[in-house]
Design a protein around this ligand. Structure first.
Ligand SMILES: CSC[C@H]1O[C@H](OP(=O)(O)O)[C@H](O)[C@@H]1O
Length: 364
């Protein structure tokens, strides 16, 4: 596995992952030794982000093969559990299905399933490295064009939601890839980071990533973006995604839709960045057909953070008997999306444009 920015790596045949539930306060890892460990790491969000979930699922199938003693039907049983770990990010199902297809072929010629699974999981991660670099290059052209219109010394202000950086997908992320590329090219940029309640991926992860790379950024509350757009302080929005339908509807972290509405109302370009593995060509209508993950009400009722004694703890922020609802994602209809930044280029969020650029992904 080539060694770019990754939230996971192999050590002695096990998969080591950065524990994202501890960031930004502690940079610690967990070792995943079997497929159940991989499933749990996806469920409890030790690892997260559509691409990252896909990678860990692929390595999870490799761990399943290791547990199964060459028995493909046992691998399939364990893989089915991994496949159900979270419902919304299609990369999870895509990665498991890709691994199983390769293993089925390998079984026909009596190849060693563990070796084949490991090779394929590594191949997916390596493809993601190339893909996110390409997303960075295409997206950076948008930033560069805006930079040319700005008065001397003024940054291009980019708003992002949640975390779609290298913690979410190797090795540049999706939404953050154009930002990293712009920073490398010396373009003057500044990022508005939505905190992204309830799990605070913006505050915890995006702010951490950008800080590590010395990219100027400011953390804002989830509700601040609309006002900033009205004040002309946002030039461009770029977000990641967990699933895009063949018509261009976008599932992403809860709150994305409201940002897209505000961007539309203020004529701010709203782009979604993704590798092609995040398309779900089987479905057309995001609202009707994408399963939105419901998570524990506790994520809304409590906030996690660093306490005075430097331990990580949580505090309750609502009355003891208050009920809470916690949808993890929402759907931004294609009509609100200015374009999709992919590893093949920038594509209009429409059925025709997607079918033209990604014909090979359409169901037969
Ligand atoms: C590379 S897409 C990142 C994507 O992952 C987020 O979800 P979660 O943190 O729940 O896994 C979110 O929707 C981001 O845009």
């Amino acid at each position: 596995m080539n060694s770019n920015y990754k939230a996971f790596w192999l050590e002695g045949g096990d998969l080591v992952v950065i524990d994202q539930t501890q960031l930004p306060f502690r940079l610690v890892t967990k070792t995943l030794k079997n497929s159940a460990d991989a499933t749990l790491a996806i469920q409890d969000m030790t690892v997260r982000g559509a691409g990252g979930i896909g990678n860990v699922a692929a390595f999870g199938v490799y761990l399943a093969a290791r547990e199964s003693d060459g028995d493909l039907s046992k691998v399939k049983e364990l893989a089915a559990v991994i496949r159900r770990a979270r419902p919304t990010a299609v990369n999870l199902m895509w990665a498991v299905d890709r691994l199983l297809l390769v293993l089925e072929k390998a079984a026909l010629t009596n190849q060693d399933l563990v070796t084949v699974a490991l090779k394929e999981a590594i191949a997916i991660a390596d493809e993601d490295v190339i893909g996110t670099r390409q997303i960075g290059k295409f997206g950076c052209e948008l930033i560069e064009a805006i930079a040319k219109t700005k008065p001397q010394g003024e940054p291009v202000n980019i708003l992002t939601h949640c975390n779609a950086g290298w913690l979410a997908i190797v090795d540049r992320g999706s939404a953050l890839a154009p930002i990293y590329e712009a920073s490398d090219r010396g373009i003057n940029i500044h990022v508005w980071v939505d905190e992204t309640r309830p799990r605070n991926q913006g505050a915890n992860l995006t702010a951490w990533e950008l800080g590590q790379s010395q990219i100027p950024h400011t953390l804002i509350t989830d509700n601040a973006g609309g006002l900033l757009m009205q004040y002309g302080k946002v030039d461009l929005c770029i977000v990641g995604t967990d699933r895009v339908t063949r018509k261009g509807d976008v599932a992403n972290k809860i709150g994305t839709y409201l940002k897209a509405l505000a961007a539309f109302d203020n004529q701010v370009p709203f782009y979604v960045a993704l590798p092609s593995s995040t398309f779900d060509m089987q479905i057309a209508d995001g609202i009707q057909e994408i399963a939105i993950e419901s998570r524990s009400a506790d994520e809304v009722l409590y906030m996690q953070g660093l306490q005075n004694d430097q331990s990580i703890g949580r505090v309750r922020i609502a009355p003891l008997n208050t009920p809470a609802l916690n949808y993890g994602f929402d759907i931004t209809p294609a009509r609100l999306v200015t374009g999709l930044i992919t590893e093949r280029g920038i594509c209009e969020a429409s059925e025709l444009a997607i079918a033209t650029m990604f014909m090979d992904l359409l169901p037969l």
